[in-house]
Design a protein around this ligand. Structure first.
Ligand SMILES: [Zn+2]
Length: 281
């Protein structure tokens, strides 16, 4: 929407080119403003942390989120294809077994620089600040009585592979690999018991290929060989940013070209005029 409006207004402003420096000035202003906001936000958060008495929770929020994203990208599309298959509640991948699910569902991403708390409607300009806010202000909403930490499955789900920008570790530890493979296979057995019918059997097979096969030291098998969800959101964001960056350049080129043409015609006119002048004899 906003981009569309921007594009049309850019079209209209095609002629009046002084708008380009103005655009950059606005961008700079936005950046400095958001920096200012960040500073005040962090000061407030420090105060909040001092005031709050959040209990220590031994479950990484970041790794839980990574595990959740991996499930969404590389497993959920395949589960959805098997219409009617319900992951049992005893399965550790079930949404109820993610300690942070409720808080994550109350995280509203309004804009690139705006995150809103769904419980108290406070706004934050970075995800890490809303995470801190959840930890200090809404920790009482976490059900910590059960041991249900999704991050504990990170070994089986290849969180490190995703988090460390897909760089493989230099050294392979056979004991750790065996432990992760065992965990991976136990998740497959609990979530997709083959005794539950053909759909469960297919998903069981899929889970082994997608997640468990890569737990080897040979390095031959890569995680998620069957692919996953297309990340169209990120793709469109990248395209939009690229367009915004190239648009001023395009208008500059058009402007320069037209100026060149205009000066060329003036030159021609002058030549024609001087040519028509009767020669004094
Ligand atoms: Zn809140």
């Amino acid at each position: 929407m906003r981009l569309c409006r921007f594009a049309t207004s850019m079209g209209r402003l095609g002629e009046s080119l002084p708008v380009i420096p103005l655009l950059f000035a606005l961008l700079l202003l936005h950046q400095s403003l958001s920096q200012g906001l960040e500073e005040s936000e962090s000061t407030r958060l420090v105060n909040e942390e001092v005031g709050g008495s959040a209990p220590e929770i031994h479950c990484s929020r970041e790794r839980s989120r990574a595990a959740w994203q991996i499930i969404q990208d590389y497993l959920t599309p395949f589960v959805e294809r098997e219409r009617g298959y319900q992951i049992p509640k005893t399965c550790r991948l079930h949404p109820d077994n993610d300690l942070y699910r409720d808080q994550e569902l109350h995280k509203i991403h309004v804009d690139v620089f705006e995150w809103k708390c769904g419980y108290c409607k406070k706004s934050f300009n970075e995800e890490k600040f809303i995470d801190k806010h959840f930890a200090t202000r809404h920790y009482n909403l976490l059900n910590t009585t059960d041991t249900k930490c999704l991050a504990d499955l990170c070994g089986a789900l290849h969180c490190d592979f995703v988090l460390s920008s897909k760089k493989p570790k230099s050294k392979c530890n056979p004991a750790a690999v065996a432990k992760n493979r065992h965990l991976c296979e136990s998740v497959a057995n609990n979530c997709f018991p083959v005794s539950q019918g053909p759909a469960a059997s297919r998903l069981h097979e899929h889970f082994l290929r997608q997640f468990c096969d890569a737990h080897t030291c040979t390095g031959k098998d890569k995680p998620f060989p069957k692919g996953g969800k297309k990340r169209s959101g990120v793709f469109y964001l990248a395209i939009s940013i690229l367009t915004l960056m190239l648009l001023p350049l395009f208008y500059l080129l058009v402007f320069l070209h037209q100026r060149e043409k205009r000066s060329g015609t003036q030159e021609l006119r002058r030549i024609i005029k001087s040519g028509k002048k009767p020669k004094p004899s």
